[in-house]
Write a protein that binds this ligand. Structure first.
Ligand code: GCW
Length: 651
């Protein structure tokens, strides 16, 4: 069988015929060996020499660079990459490769990542499935054991390192029976294999663990974090892990959430739960990453006093400052769950004495499931550049992640992973751009959506500049397109229950998940104002005032914060109902335009990619039509208001 080239698409070209006939590098550790290997793959004509190569990797001591930063110098045709640590040299190497591949000049000077933590969370299960995965089976597991395809894992490690990802958790945060055993001695040799492959690329490996493991696999009758036997169980377990894997990263923990066990069952707080792990892992230099996705998922829809959106803040803000120094809180970017539009989680800015990372979702759970184009940089930039308007500096999210963390090195970004066994990693070829963009943006928060899309396109396709521009324009407008034909004005959750693909307007309306739109014949939306659930109070006073007032609340968040009549006039001058109709017709039209644009690239794009995107655009178009017709029909039937433009809406 022919072996598929699984090189990440942006690492498929080599750099030849440069001025670099030779390179030199000092020995230090395994990452130096990686750089040598990568040189032979990506710069095949450049020979290693000792002494001064045309491309020289040099260790220096410069506090400002930290462990990951690098410095580029160029004298005549000679280029020197300097760093304190081999990780910095590795990142400098990938920078040079990417610049040369794009025929761009090498910018000399210092480059240090804006965000310290740049992580991916895998939701892979050992049976090979991936929770919310849409690009094939897990690359790590199959049939309840490890897949052991180390070539593939190495390809993935280089994909991640080439864009600066430095941490990875390798199993689902919902830790089922088999995966609970990953922390046992019998699994550790396999975990170590993966750990070592990633470590060679400067990436720390983490495991998601089951809070109830002491009961499930430890023979105890409790998992109470203050129980002596439980503490002993974790001490022994963690000591064994570090004996086998001394550079192991630590644990990611989803507790008291969607059926997962946690400290609440024992009347303990989340600080007590997290600190148990923090304390023990800390002895070995490990970290405890604790998720804030804690809410009541067995809500009674009749009970209007509960608002799920409040949950993370209500649970965690009172614990600010109570976590150990090596505990990090992981907070989803929005207060519900990765909807197309959600305002920022109010924990950011409010939480001031706790290590924190913001959680994104690369896999497109609610946003087209790798079958629609949904380039996410606009989403991420929206939240990173968001000004919380607290009366302290810095109040911008991308900065306060660091300054509000007790240890700035333990702050940053993580994202739910996206890759699977599909030949192109992400099912939709164009959606490889998200993983590339994620790494690039985490490193350099100033990059624009267009710049990153342009970089990805030029590294991925050998096509004309005009064709690149077309791809860039599709990518950079795709989030807006998806928003237009999805649930209106931040109301969220109009998708089919469980699968989360395609429209089902009332799918969640009378369910237990706490995600409602409250549409009736008069109006729609969540009243989260001071007269409603008071969620709005969780923001800074300035933001609270802005969102609380229906005349200043941004249109895109209107139905997140307010319940309004269909004839309510938006800030854009249209009535809500007319805006809903217009957006849904526009959204479909935009997908039809993408199809035309893509067809115009026929002959330029390689056939496999061309067909992949063509077929998926067809599906996206059909799905957009379904969204348009169901949403428009639903609101027409509820409101009885006709479309001003008299387009086809079903009776
Ligand atoms: O919204 C939910 C997803 C779950 C996921 C959960 C989480 C891993 O639908 O599949 O579980 O988010 O983030 O923990």
């Amino acid at each position: 069988m022919m072996k598929i080239n699984r090189d990440p698409c942006w690492l498929q070209g080599t750099v030849s015929n440069t001025n670099f006939k030779t390179f030199s590098i000092e020995d230090k550790d395994r990452i130096v060996t990686t750089i040598r290997e990568e040189m032979s793959i990506l710069f095949p004509d450049t020979q290693e020499i000792s002494g001064k190569g045309d491309l020289a990797f040099v260790f220096i001591q410069d506090e400002e660079l930290g462990e990951e930063g690098y410095y580029i110098e160029s004298e005549n045709s000679r280029v020197v990459i300097k760093a304190n640590c081999s990780k910095g040299l590795l990142y400098g190497f990938f920078y040079i490769y990417q610049q040369l591949r794009q025929n761009k000049p090498l910018v000399t000077g210092r480059s240090v990542p804006d965000q310290s933590f740049r992580m991916i969370n895998h939701w892979d299960n050992m049976d090979g499935s991936i929770e919310r995965g849409y690009a094939g089976d897990s690359i790590f597991y199959k049939d309840n054991t490890f897949r052991r395809d180390y070539d593939l894992v190495r390809q993935y490690a280089r994909l991640l390192a080439s864009v600066g990802i430095n941490a990875l958790s390798i199993n689902n945060v919902n830790v089922h029976e088999v995966e609970t055993r990953l922390i046992l001695e019998s699994s550790l040799p396999d975990v170590k294999m993966l750990n070592d492959i990633f470590a060679a690329y400067g990436i720390k490996t983490f495991l998601s663990i089951n809070f109830a493991a002491p009961k499930k696999i430890g023979g105890l009758h409790t998992a109470d974090p203050l129980d002596e036997k439980v503490i002993e169980f974790w001490e022994n377990t963690i000591a064994k892990i570090y004996q086998v894997i001394p550079d192991f990263g630590g644990f990611v923990i989803k507790a008291d959430s969607e059926g997962e066990p946690g400290p609440f069952a024992y009347g303990r707080g989340h600080d007590e739960g997290a600190n148990l792990f923090g304390r023990i892992l800390g002895k070995f230099g490990g970290l405890c990453i604790w998720r804030c996705f804690v809410y009541d998922c067995a809500q009674d829809w009749r009970d209007r006093s509960i608002d799920r959106a409040r949950a993370a803040y209500d649970h965690f803000l009172p614990l600010d400052g109570k976590f150990d120094d090596n505990v990090i809180l992981q907070i989803k970017l929005g207060a519900l769950d990765f909807q197309v539009i959600e305002p920022l989680s109010p924990l950011f800015g409010a939480l001031r004495h706790t290590n924190q990372i913001i959680e994104f979702q690369l896999t497109q759970e609610y946003t087209g499931q790798q079958r629609a184009i949904y380039y996410q940089v606009p989403v991420w930039k929206e939240v990173l550049d968001f000004d919380t308007k607290y009366d302290y500096e810095p109040s911008i999210v991308k900065k306060l992640l660091k300054t509000n963390s007790v240890n700035p090195k333990l702050s940053g970004i993580c994202a739910v992973g996206v890759v699977g066994m599909d030949d192109n990693w992400t099912h939709h070829k164009l959606m490889q751009s998200n993983i590339y963009a994620y790494g690039r943006l985490c490193w350099d928060n100033q990059l624009s959506s267009e710049e990153i899309a342009q970089e990805w396109s030029s590294l991925t396709f050998s096509i004309s500049q005009k064709a690149h521009e077309k791809i860039v324009s599709m990518l950079t407008t795709s989030r807006e397109t998806y928003r237009l034909y999805n649930a209106p004005n931040g109301v969220g959750f109009m998708c089919k229950p469980n699968v989360h693909y395609g429209p089902s307007i009332d799918g969640y309306e009378y369910d237990r998940w706490g995600t409602y739109h409250f549409a009736d014949r008069n109006g729609i939306g969540n009243d989260r104002t001071l007269n409603g659930t008071k969620y709005v109070q969780q923001y800074s006073p300035t933001r609270c005032q802005e969102y609380n007032d229906v005349t200043t609340c941004p249109d895109e968040f209107l139905l997140w914060f307010h319940h309004v009549p269909y004839e309510h006039v938006l800030q854009n001058g249209k009535t809500l109902i007319q805006d809903i109709y217009d957006n849904h017709f526009d959204g479909v039209q935009r997908v039809a335009d993408y199809q035309k644009i893509w067809e115009s690239l026929s002959g330029e794009i390689d056939l496999v990619s061309f067909k992949n995107v063509r077929e998926l655009l067809k599906e996206q178009y059909e799905m957009a039509v379904e969204w348009r017709d169901q949403v428009n029909t639903y609101f027409y039937r509820k409101s009885g208001v006709v479309d001003e433009k008299d387009r086809k809406i079903y009776e």
